[in-house]
Design a protein around this ligand. Structure first.
Ligand SMILES: [Zn+2]
Length: 107
C-alpha cells in the first residue's frame, strides 16, 4: 500500500512528505507553522505507521491549544491508538459508515 500523503483533522487537511533528508535523531517531524508532517524514507511499514500516528498526535494536541507535549505522553497515546485501530477494524468501519451528522452531535 502507498504511503499516505495527507491527513485531515478538524482544523484542516495537511501534507505528509517523505524527504530524503530529515534529522538523524528522529523518524518524523511535525511543523506547527504549516501543519505538515515529514516522515523519514525507507522505514518499515510498522515503524512508518507508528511515526505517522505519533506526528498526528502532536498535530491534534497543538490544534487544541495543548502546545507543550511530552514525548513520553505522545508515545503512550500513539501506542494505544495504533493498537486500538489494529485490533478494532469493526469499530473503525462502524464509525466511518454513519453520515456526518454523528460528528455534529458530538460537538
Ligand atoms: Zn514527538
Amino acid at each position: 500500500m502507498r504511503s499516505p500523503t495527507w491527513y485531515k483533522i478538524p482544523i484542516g487537511k495537511f501534507k505528509i512528505t517523505y524527504p530524503s533528508k530529515i534529522s538523524k535523531y528522529s523518524y518524523g517531524m511535525y511543523y506547527a507553522k504549516n501543519g505538515n508532517i515529514e516522515i523519514k524514507r525507507n522505514l518499515s511499514h510498522n515503524i512508518k505507521a507508528q511515526t505517522i500516528v505519533h506526528e498526528i498526535v502532536h498535530a491534534l494536541c497543538t490544534s487544541k491549544g495543548f502546545f507543550k507535549q511530552k514525548e513520553r505522553d505522545v508515545e503512550m497515546i500513539t501506542e494505544s491508538v495504533v493498537h486500538f485501530i489494529k485490533e478494532n477494524p469493526y469499530i473503525i468501519k462502524y464509525i466511518q459508515s454513519n453520515d456526518n451528522s454523528i460528528i455534529e452531535s458530538i460537538k
